[in-house]
Design a protein around this ligand. Structure first.
Ligand SMILES: Cc1cc2nc3c(=O)[nH]c(=O)nc-3n(C[C@H](O)[C@H](O)[C@H](O)COP(=O)(O)O)c2cc1C
Length: 213
């Protein structure tokens, strides 16, 4: 990415959908927000799902070989992203209090926030360094509603609180500094950015943040 011919802002122009990837570690259900889902073949139908190795979901799916990809609807609230995307299943019980349904494989689907789901079995795994790509067979697929699918662009425009809205809600305390992750756009607020800070979205280190002035 240090290559002068690679304009990092171009990556924000790639269109994505947003999904909850669910799994179970043998004790409890878990889910994480994911945008890197793509259909790669039609016959048989396969999806490829790319997951950061630091995420608990990576560990669980590598161990069990199973996951569900649940397609988020535009009606999903920011709290859905906070629940599945801003905390780890290593420490949080993300499905506590969630009214979910089950796919035939037994894994959960947060149906109130999703318009379809795909139950997947891992066929092959590609080690991509920081991430692993799971190439999966679709063993079940079901459409749940006609509410449009949440895209990354829709999330940024309509779901993610704007700094002004966050300030109005009292989330941005007066005098706090703001640092943006140059990789994914996540904004950290505080007196200073801790040297060992890791971006909760893309897992890049503090050196990839710059202060917004
Ligand atoms: C909008 C959004 C998109 C995300 N996309 C991905 C992704 O494509 N791949 C990934 O590994 N993590 C992605 N994340 C981060 C994970 O959802 C997050 O690290 C989560 O806490 C991991 O949970 P786990 O440790 O329980 O698996 C995304 C988060 C958000 C909010």
């Amino acid at each position: 990415m240090a290559d002068a011919t690679v304009d990092s802002s171009a990556f924000f122009k790639i269109g994505y959908g947003l999904y909850v990837v669910t799994s179970n570690d043998g004790v409890r259900d878990n889910g994480m927000i994911c945008n890197t889902v793509v259909q790669v073949t039609v016959d048989p139908p396969r999806l490829a799902v790319t997951i950061n190795k630091a995420n608990y979901t990576h560990e669980t799916v590598k161990k069990t070989g199973r996951m569900n990809v649940c397609t988020l609807s535009e009606s999903a609230a920011f709290s859905v992203f906070q629940r599945y995307g801003f905390q780890s299943g290593r420490t949080a019980d993300k499905f506590a209090g969630v009214d979910s349904i089950r796919a035939a494989n037994g894994l959960p689907v947060p149906a109130a926030d999703c318009n379809s789901y795909f139950a997947l079995e891992v066929e092959s795994y590609v080690d991509l360094g920081t991430h692993g790509m799971f190439v999966c067979k679709v063993v079940e697929a079901k459409s749940l509603s006609d509410v449009p699918t949440m895209t990354y662009a829709y999330y940024h425009a309509n779901v993610k609180p704007k700094p002004a809205a966050a300030a109005a809600a009292g989330e941005a305390k007066k005098g706090k500094r703001r640092f943006v992750c140059k990789i994914c756009g996540y904004v950290y607020e505080g007196d200073e950015l801790p040297a060992d800070y890791i971006c909760p979205l893309c897992k890049h280190p503090a050196s990839d943040f710059e202060e917004i002035v």
